[in-house]
Design a protein around this ligand. Structure first.
Ligand code: 3PG
Length: 388
């Protein structure tokens, strides 16, 4: 078996690890089904080719068996999207599951219960991994969002179940977050936001090796300003990261990367709904005022800088440029939204569907962008980053 498309699937029991870790409200209703929808192409391909799918995922971070973390609330939406009735097991290993697997017709889906109900999952316990593996003939990892975890169902299982291949979603994530980022169409710009420099050091350092333009936004900019001797009033600053911010600015210069910080900012006299706010140049934040957001001049400067790009990657909640990215996407620019809070920002502006790729991973996409290898990917026989 080379990959999923060339595999002989008829009558095969396929263990599919997906990341169906979706948010549920207090009534156990799904509030965002993105991850379920993203898992559908692989499952559909398998059932259309006559496989018996054993679908596995975690949900939340349960400590032992916890009813509110059951995968049961996912069954109706999964069934609807797949166009078949998904059967749900009350466990993910054991005799009851084996019985259900034995009775599965070709082209059906059995949803296994939350794999994290066993502490052995996160411990990557080999005996547990072996039990999961014993259920199936083939392993497909499509859980990109969990690929940075070396757990039994993402990593350990591959030692006992061959071949182990990437699902379509995992492959697509790699194509964009590794392929398009390592051999980008240029000019290549990155937009990185976030409240803390400390959480984005790895991403910024890694992207400085690759991009032509780096736009920084979010709360972290005040640490960069202060490092340059600009007074920031009472804005949030990571005092212990000032030297690092200077190093990153120097590194950008040495690499010939055009690093842009906002030139004007929205400031407020306190952090409260009834605060007074105004827009000032970044170099003129008065004492006692704090920076909250980037200003209109900066948005224009950022948009102008993006105008000529061919690839843009965005990580961090910087909603101000979402519309520009949508426009560029329409002109054939590769636009990649790297997981977590950036996704919410794109969705808020209503432009998610036009982007080239929106990652389903938070931690996983961050680690990939930092240049790290993901254990869930390394363990596979086939998962090749291909430039798009
Ligand atoms: C996520 O939501 O980022 C993934 O599902 C991984 O979940 P975890 O951080 O609990 O391992």
């Amino acid at each position: 078996v080379g990959d999923l498309t060339s595999a002989d699937l008829k009558g095969k029991k396929v263990f599919v690890r997906a990341d169906l870790n979706v948010p549920l409200n207090d009534n156990q209703e799904i509030t965002d089904d993105t991850r379920i929808r993203a898992a559908v192409p692989t499952i559909k391909h398998l059932i259309q080719n006559g496989a018996k799918v054993l679908l596995s995922s975690h949900l939340g971070r349960p400590k032992g068996v916890t009813p509110k973390f059951s995968l049961a609330p996912l069954v109706p939406r999964l069934s609807e999207l797949l166009g078949i009735q998904v059967v749900k097991a009350d466990d993910c290993i054991g005799p009851e599951v084996e019985k259900l697997v034995a009775s599965l017709p070709d082209g059906s889906v059995l949803l296994l219960e939350n794999v994290r109900f066993y502490k052995e999952e996160e411990k990557n316990d080999p005996e547990f991994a072996k039990k999961l593996a014993s259920l199936a003939d083939l392993y497909v990892n499509d859980a990109f969002g969990t690929a940075h975890r070396a757990h039994a169902s993402t990593e350990g299982v591959t030692k006992f179940l061959k071949p182990s291949v990437a699902g379509f979603l995992l492959q697509k994530e790699l194509d964009y977050l590794v392929g398009a980022v390592s051999s980008p169409k240029r000019p290549f710009a990155a937009i990185v936001g976030g409240s803390k420099v400390s959480s984005k050091i790895g991403v910024i350092e890694s992207l400085l090796e690759k991009v032509d333009i780096l736009l920084l936004g979010g709360g972290m900019i005040f640490t960069f300003y202060k490092a340059q001797g600009i007074s920031v009033g009472s804005s949030l600053v990571e005092e212990d990261k000032l030297d690092l911010a200077t190093t990153l600015i120097e590194k950008a210069k040495a690499k010939g990367v055009s690093l842009l910080l906002p030139t004007d900012v929205v400031i407020a006299d306190k952090f409260a709904p009834d605060a007074n706010s105004k827009i000032v140049p970044a170099s003129a934040i008065p004492d006692g005022w704090m920076g909250l957001d980037i200003g209109p001049d900066s948005i224009k400067t950022f948009n102008d800088a993006l105008e000529t790009t061919k690839t843009v990657i965005w990580n961090g909640p910087m909603g101000a440029v979402a519309k520009k990215l949508a426009e560029l996407s329409g002109k054939g620019v590769t636009t990649i939204i790297g997981g977590g809070d950036s996704v919410a920002a794109v969705e808020k502006v209503g432009v998610a569907s036009v982007m080239s790729h929106i990652s389903t991973g938070g931690g996983a996409s961050l680690e990939l962008l930092e240049g790290k290898q993901l254990p869930g990917v390394l363990a596979l026989d086939e998962a090749t980053p291909v430039a798009v």
